[in-house]
Ligand binder design. Structure first.
Ligand SMILES: [Zn+2]
Ligand SMILES: [Zn+2]
Length: 762
């Protein structure tokens, strides 16, 4: 190459050259298992096969990739691979819009997205990438379903589910927007009653709670991720006490207002409470409850003013002797979980509203007990706090995992006229999803497909019907963090064999999950299922039941202070930016602008600034390389340029010492930043180091007319070091420079991390 072409920064050409070289040398293949070598599994988020990589993905993967490259550059073995989350409503709706089958749609999208990710130079091990909609993969969901069913952690229930009339489907709670509307169509959501499959997360809520302290103490769970776990958990501390009714029956009620027990005016029970039928046995009450459940109500009337409340005939003797009517309402669930609570209007605005609605004004409380007062037994002689004990409630509750849609994992269950509900065996997996389904957006085409529905019962051999519900893609997410640990050549094995592989024991738990701050629910449920699989057996080696040792949740990318949307016309197109400025610039800009834990308010000036920086580093480095070449020619190795050089060395030696210190400090800071995944700070420190290096030249030139060979060599050494620390953030340009400085292009997987004490040139 001529020095002329090296002088101009041409990201398109050099990035493609590097990417070809990486492919050529399989740079990012997961290294073979070696217990002697430090090894970590960095888990990026599993993207929905939405069709395009957006700028939020760029931010997410730039953080994870910088960390992966940093750890590799220090000699660690890194597993960095992901799977596409390909099932679910978004894919189904995308396919409907595109007039193709969901399978064709997701495969096309995944190919396109992979192309975009490769052009951005992310160092994923593509050999381990997978699609959750491949039969070899969704059998994981079916296997997990059967295991959890056997362990009693999946059950069939009839209950209230969120239902969208537009989409004709049930929604997971995370699919319901805060305003009570559907996440896809933004239409109203109703609660209706349907038979559903439930995941019993309640079995592990307490452990998920108690492990949080350990996670916080580890120091590698960032504050946003920890906070998300607390939010999903919804822990409320308070007291509970046993209340008795006129029959002497007992009901345990909870309240966070331990100091105001005597002010309780009613008791409210969740419609999902296990004992609700018993307390609503009175025919008229049962009818009302039934109406509330089957008729549903608008999500928008979930506020205290309008939410349904059923008054039972029961009255409980409250703390201090007050008589409290028992009400039933789904209002309890969202606030305290499926439990029973005391209504304390003086302490709680919502309780005040309810008291008014059911005619329990402060002054009329005594009457509210009415005639039943006598029936309820002995008078109020006890202090209000008698019998109260400390207690905890969690808002997180069991949720449905089945949906009435066709683009999802078939549930390995059949319904037999003779045997009832029959679970299939592991040997019969996978139950294949027909690929020629063409959903229209209404109903469930799977239920209408006779070839699929008609089957035989594995128990009696008689005719049976398949389950026509599929699993919500949220269920797929429960295992999506595991298969990246499985070498591609082992994928065809049975799941029992796969789960026994040493690879899983080697890589798990993942050292770091890097995902968006909206992943709290996914992570929470993955933590639940890990504990379940630990107790069932396959993940027994994860003693604390935690899939992620560390966790970084980054905030989203916004623009002009608002969420990006096509509607607002403020979407940033990464492809366009990469075409204009190159991948290194776009990645650098995504890292520089904000701490991962802060929203990144996108501003094109960051791209311009980063492009200027990389152009500058490139041109400056090449001009100094040319200079040192000339100097080396003038004074070949061994023969130094004598007395003159000696004098100048004396006048500038302290500057070279200073440069060494700057470099050492810079590397130290950048290393610390990277260890903490403080990418914005790391990039700033790289830029600062570059300024220092240029400053050195300025200071030298103030003392000598042109750089002496010793000073030029020092400058070159510093610039080579700059290329090394730039490696995790702008890997293409960094490796090109590293090579230009005379280093081996194929040594290891990438530019090695600098050894800080690189010494003062003699
Ligand atoms: Zn909808
Ligand atoms: Zn049967």
């Amino acid at each position: 190459m001529s020095s002329g072409s090296e002088g101009r920064y041409d990201p398109e050409t050099l990035e493609r050259r590097r990417q070809a070289a990486w492919r050529e040398r399989d740079a990012f293949l997961t290294p073979a298992l070696n217990d002697e070598q430090p090894h970590i599994y960095i888990k990026p988020s599993a993207p929905f096969t939405s069709g395009n990589i957006h700028i939020g993905h760029v931010r997410s993967y730039s953080i994870g990739d910088a960390y992966a490259r940093f750890r590799r550059s220090r000699g660690d073995a890194v597993l960095f691979a992901f799977g596409f989350d390909a099932f679910g409503l978004p894919a189904e709706l995308g396919a409907i819009a595109g007039g193709e089958s969901p399978n064709d749609w997701v495969n096309r999208c995944a190919t396109h997205m992979r192309g975009q990710l490769e052009r951005l130079g992310f160092s994923f091990d593509w050999e381990r990438a997978f699609m959750s909609s491949d039969p070899g993969m969704y059998r994981w969901s079916q296997w997990l379903f059967l295991e959890l069913l056997k362990a009693g952690l999946i059950y069939r229930g009839t209950g209230n589910v969120d239902w969208c009339d537009n989409c004709q489907t049930t929604l997971a709670s995370i699919q319901v927007e805060p305003g009570g509307t559907c996440w896809r169509c933004h239409g109203p959501v109703r609660l209706i009653e349907l038979p559903q499959w439930y995941l019993r997360i309640s079995a592990y809520l307490q452990e998920n709670d108690s492990r949080l302290q350990e996670l916080a103490a580890s120091g590698i769970w960032d504050e946003v991720a920890l906070a998300s776990q607390q939010i999903v958990l919804g822990r409320i501390d308070g007291v509970e006490l046993d209340l008795h009714d006129e029959r002497g029956e007992t009901l345990t009620a909870f309240t966070p207002h331990a100091d105001s027990l005597a002010q309780a005016r009613f008791v409210m029970m969740s419609a999902r409470h296990p004992a609700v039928e018993e307390w609503a046995a009175e025919p008229e009450v049962a009818t009302q409850l039934e109406q509330m459940r089957s008729g549903g109500w608008e999500r928008s009337s979930r506020e205290a003013e309008t939410i349904p409340v059923v008054a039972t005939r029961h009255v409980l003797r409250g703390p201090g002797g007050t008589l409290l009517p028992l009400l039933i309402s789904p209002l309890v669930d969202g606030r305290f979980g499926p439990t029973v609570v005391l209504g304390v209007p003086t302490e709680d605005r919502t309780d005040e509203v309810i008291a008014r609605r059911v005619g329990l004004e402060q002054d009329t409380v005594a009457e509210a007990g009415g005639d039943e007062a006598a029936a309820a037994g002995e008078a109020a002689t006890q202090p209000a706090t008698a019998g109260a004990r400390e207690a905890v409630r969690y808002r997180a509750a069991d949720f449905t995992i089945s949906r009435q849609r066709s683009w999802g994992t078939p549930i390995p269950i059949v319904y037999c006229e003779r045997c009832g509900v029959v679970a299939l065996t592991h040997e019969s997996l996978p139950v294949l999803l027909p690929l020629d389904l063409r959903p229209t957006g209404a109903g469930n085409p799977l239920a209408e497909l006779e070839e699929f529905m008609r089957t035989t019962c594995p128990q009696c051999g008689g005719p049976a019907r398949r389950e026509s519900d599929t699993l919500d893609c949220h269920f797929d997410a429960l295992w999506l963090w595991i298969p990246a640990c499985v070498p591609a050549r082992e994928r065809e094995r049975t799941l029992e064999e796969i789960l026994a592989l040493p690879d899983l024991r080697h890589w798990l738990p993942s050292e770091r999950l890097v995902a968006g701050s909206d992943s709290g629910n996914f992570v929470f449920d993955q933590r639940i299922v890990t504990k379940a699989l630990r107790d069932i057996g396959p993940l027994a080696f994860l003693a604390d039941g935690e899939p992620f040792a560390g966790c970084l949740f980054h905030e989203m990318v916004i623009r002009d202070g608002r969420k990006m949307s096509k509607h607002l016309g403020n979407v940033v197109d990464p492809d366009e930016l990469v075409a204009l400025y190159g991948a290194d610039t776009v990645r650098l800009a995504a890292l520089l602008a904000a701490r991962p834990q802060r929203s990144l308010n996108w501003d094109d000036s960051a791209v311009v600034r980063c492009h200027r920086f990389l152009t500058n580093v490139w041109e400056y480095s090449h001009s100094k390389l040319e200079l040192v070449r000339e100097l080396r020619e003038q004074a070949p190795a061994g023969g130094r340029d004598g007395a003159q050089e000696g004098e100048e060395r004396d006048k500038t030696e302290h500057l070279r010492v200073k440069l060494t210190e700057w470099c050492e400090n810079g590397v130290k800071r950048i290393t610390e930043d990277l260890e903490q995944l403080e990418m914005h700070s790391a990039v700033r420190n790289v830029m600062r180091l570059y300024d220092r290096i240029k400053d050195f030249e300025k200071k030298v030139l103030a003392r000598q007319p042109q750089l002496s060979r010793a000073n030029c060599e020092a400058l070159i050494a510093a610039l080579a070091l700059l290329a090394q620390v730039l490696g995790p953030f702008a890997p293409h340009v960094a490796e090109e420079l590293w090579i230009a400085f005379g280093n081996e292009p194929v040594s290891g997987v990438q530019t090695p991390w600098p050894v800080v004490s690189f010494g003062v040139p003699a």
